[in-house]
Design a protein around this ligand. Structure first.
Ligand code: CP
Ligand code: NVA
Length: 303
């Protein structure tokens, strides 16, 4: 059966750990392995903007000995009505895997259903699972392990990063706490699935509105932008209700002394995080780790 990586919970706890182990191995000896030599080609499609994802996939596939075909969807027939299923059927004849950044998760599911090669979610409205592999790798590097550690995610708890922290954090055995303004709440089905996973891994899941309570004693504190791609004109006030959830030095005083601060980037300094906290954060290692984590994921999916 063709394996896809559409959501964080598409990897079992053991599989997630195996991919992260491989990522650490690949990072330690970056140019040693070329499992995609041939070269195997990988299509990397963008229906939304990107800097890190595009560059880390293109560089990572090259380092694996493969060939990345970066596709701006607007420059293809996807931008003028070719169905995603037809595109999947055709691309499957050319490449070994399809990586895509898209909008609705249903569109990604339709692509995967029609594809005969692995499909990887490079961000949808609902999830950002490749980012979470990088985040977990960063937490392992800083704290030695993920299991039993407490991660607080503050801000837009309804967005893709919130959902991925729930699922991937629970899979990694973490205690995941979300805090954000009322009305920006995560999908209850995702919360329920994360709680179900956490019950098997020794983790836990809490969703609330109190930033201080979420950060109290946390090992990891994470945030993301308050306006995600595609939400620019949704008519909601995406500043005022979020202000109590800014990550700043005062808020972090309640976390563990060794607190690891994460931000998937791009950041909005002075909004979801202050510039001083961002500069001293682990976000830069986290960004680098996209490369290593995605190399491991592709190696795992294609071997
Ligand atoms: N973090 C992340 O996915 O960045 P890009 O949007 O630049 O790819
Ligand atoms: N939540 C953000 C993540 C960007 C990497 C967005 O979807 O725009």
């Amino acid at each position: 059966m063709t394996r896809h990586f559409l959501r964080d919970d598409d990897l079992s706890p053991a599989e997630q750990a195996a991919v992260l182990d491989l990522a650490a191995t690949l990072k330690a000896d970056r140019f040693a392995r070329r499992p995609l030599a041939g070269p195997q080609s990988v299509a990397v499609i963008f229906e939304k903007q990107s800097m890190r994802t595009r560059t880390s996939f293109e560089a990572g596939i090259a380092e694996l000995g493969g060939h990345a075909i970066i596709i701006d969807a607007q420059s293809t027939h996807l931008g003028r009505g070719e169905t995603i299923e037809d595109a999947a059927r055709v691309l499957s004849r050319y490449v070994g895997a399809i990586v895509i950044r898209s909008h609705a998760d249903a569109r990604l599911a339709a692509l995967a259903a029609a594809s005969s090669v692995p499909v990887v979610n490079a961000l949808t409205d609902g999830f950002h699972p490749c980012q979470l592999l990088a985040d977990l790798l960063t937490i392992r590097e800083r704290l030695g392990a993920t299991a039993g550690r407490t991660l607080a995610y503050l801000g837009d708890t309804a967005n893709n990063m919130a959902h991925s922290y729930l699922l991937a954090g629970a899979t990694a055995g973490m205690h995941v706490r979300l805090a954000g303004p009322a009305g920006f709440d995560p999908d209850p089905a995702v919360v329920a699935k994360a709680a179900q996973i956490a019950a098997t891994t020794g983790g836990s899941v809490e969703v609330g509105h109190d930033a201080g309570a979420a950060v109290a004693g946390a090992d990891v504190v994470a945030t993301d932008c308050w306006t995600s791609m595609g939400q620019e004109d949704d008519g909601l006030d995406r500043i005022t209700p979020f202000l109590p959830y800014q990550i700043n030095a005062d808020l972090l005083a309640g976390a563990k002394p060794h607190v690891v601060v994460l931000h998937c980037l791009p950041a909005h300094r002075g909004e979801e995080i202050t510039g001083d906290v961002l500069d001293a954060s682990a976000a830069w290692d986290e960004a680098e780790n996209r490369l290593h984590a995605q190399k491991a994921l592709l190696t795992w999916l294609l071997s």
